[in-house]
Design a protein around this ligand. Structure first.
Ligand code: SF4
Length: 349
């Protein structure tokens, strides 16, 4: 059976037309899915019974199961989803004041190989489908009470989003459509290690999403070690592509920098980073590392964090140090997936 979330509004309208149903039925179905948050076709009570059963025989609504659902004291909730083929991905709901942000995955595993990241330890299995990514959004939306709505999306979970762009963009289209989740483009961030040809595709398609580039090192020698895919790209072409995206979209760029104790947190790294970003309309997000079991990397010391911040601030860089949310539920990407053995998976009823 086909995943209903994998077909476009136009394809659904055509499917309905072939069976003699008017186009407005497609809008009703979308409303039930995205706004009324129903779980089954049977609950779509303003559709004729015959249509509900035709939909149920032709399409599946959910292809994943919730394997684990963890809740942290700060309100962060994390789902480990088990896909139809047994692959596992993570997605997170974060509460911050009025904000209801979600972080979704774009691939099963990741090929970028960042040495400090749990998601990339086993390489990439496959791209997620458009429907699977929309399903992440809908599953997280269903964790909210009826009167609350998702406000922000970051595509920063497992995987490199720009390596799966052709499936990601239709999923984000469903997120932004008025009859979808209705989330503004400006509240959606795509995070990438920096793949210049794919950034240029975003430019060609005239997208208006925020772009966050994960640098993690201020020079190629160090970045080649921390983000191995950098050996084939280099920092300068990535920054140039990000600048082109800023020129076209007008969206302020974000650069991400995971601060690893004793590796990329020294005075000279902060100075090089300041030189690299100076003069750009950009925000630098520094994230003190969250240790991963089995990996030899350390959280930076308080003194190193202070020094790093002072150097960047003195250089006039717009920098913020992000607090780590959901630490006790392994909310850093890829950690829950690795720490949950397949045999221990429980599917809540
Ligand atoms: S940090 Fe992101 S890009 Fe790097 S391996 Fe992990 S999931 Fe992939």
């Amino acid at each position: 059976m086909q995943h209903l979330l994998d077909i476009t509004h136009e394809q659904l309208t055509a499917w309905l037309k072939e069976r003699g149903y008017p186009a407005y039925r497609a809008a009703q179905i979308r409303k039930w899915l995205f706004q009324s948050r129903v779980e089954t076709f049977e609950e779509m009570s303003d559709l004729p019974k015959a249509l509900r059963s035709e939909l149920a025989s032709a399409f599946t609504l959910w292809t994943s199961k919730i394997a684990t659902h963890s809740v942290a004291h700060d309100g962060t909730e994390k789902l480990l989803l088990e896909l139809a083929d047994g692959g596992r991905i993570e997605c997170v709901l974060l509460r911050d004041g009025e904000r209801r942000s979600i972080c979704i995955s774009s691939q099963v595993g990741c090929a970028m190989g960042c040495v400090f990241c749990a998601s990339g330890l086993d390489g990439v299995d496959r791209n997620l489908t458009t429907g699977e990514m929309i399903e992440e959004m809908l599953r997280l939306a269903r964790l909210l009470p009826a009167e609350e709505r998702l406000s922000h999306i970051v595509v920063m979970g497992m995987g490199e989003p720009l390596a799966n762009l052709d499936r990601l963009l239709p999923a984000l289209d469903a997120a932004t459509r008025e009859d979808g989740l209705g989330i503004s483009h400006r509240r959606i961030t795509i995070s990438t290690v920096g793949l210049p040809p794919q950034i240029d595709k975003l430019i060609d398609r005239d997208t208006r999403f925020h772009l966050a580039v994960s640098l993690h090192a201020p020079n190629d020698e160090l970045r080649n070690r921390l983000v191995p895919v950098n050996k084939n790209i280099g920092i300068a072409p990535i920054i140039a592509a990000a600048d082109r995206y800023f020129d076209q979209s007008g969206r302020r760029l974000t650069f991400e920098y995971v601060l690893l104790g004793g590796l990329n947190d020294a005075r000279q790294h902060a100075e090089q980073l300041a030189a690299l970003l100076r003069g750009r309309t950009a925000l630098l997000n520094v994230i003190p590392y969250n240790p991963v079991a089995g990996l030899p990397y350390q959280t930076p010391s308080a003194a190193a964090i202070r020094q790093f911040r002072e150097i960047l601030e003195r250089a006039g860089i717009n920098v913020q140090f992000r607090e780590r949310k959901g630490d006790e539920i392994n909310a850093a990407c890829g950690q829950l997936r690795r720490s949950t053995p397949v045999v221990a998976l429980e599917v809540p009823s």
